[in-house]
Write a protein that binds this ligand. Structure first.
Ligand code: SF4
Ligand code: SF4
Length: 118
């Protein structure tokens, strides 16, 4: 469940709250993310997502405002790991510069792709 930008949607609290249909967790995630992103737009009713790929409900930011998804899909890639600009891309850096897990996921995916194509 590695997303376009490298975030592992499987570990995402919004996804876990959605899968469990846990309103208390939705409230906690809403509070945490509002604080983290300095906004009051992330209300508990918006904490609904099954992951950025495939069918199912999607979190509004990841679905409508993410700049990575349209870029990756327009190039026909599964994620930024397939892109030659991965290491220098400002868009990607802005999205995941503080997310070591996402960065590592992209690096691992890139290496796997290289091994598979060699
Ligand atoms: S797409 Fe959904 S599951 Fe993935 S990171 Fe965004 S909110 Fe979380
Ligand atoms: S240009 Fe940047 S955002 Fe687009 S696919 Fe490449 S690394 Fe990802």
């Amino acid at each position: 469940m590695i997303g376009y930008c490298g975030i592992n949607c499987e570990k995402c609290e919004a996804r876990i709250a959605t899968i469990k249909d846990d309103d208390k967790m939705r409230e906690e995630v809403s509070r945490k993310w509002c604080e983290l992103f300095h906004t009051d737009m992330i209300t508990p009713d918006r904490i609904n997502c099954t992951g950025c790929k495939g069918d199912g409900v999607k979190y509004f930011f990841c679905n409508q405002m993410c700049v990575i998804k349209p870029c990756v899909t327009s190039k026909g890639y599964e994620s930024c790991a397939e892109c030659t600009e991965m290491d220098s891309c400002a868009k990607l850096a802005a999205e995941i510069s503080n997310n070591e897990d996402a960065k590592n996921n992209l690096i691992i995916t890139k290496h796997k792709n290289e091994i598979e194509s060699s």
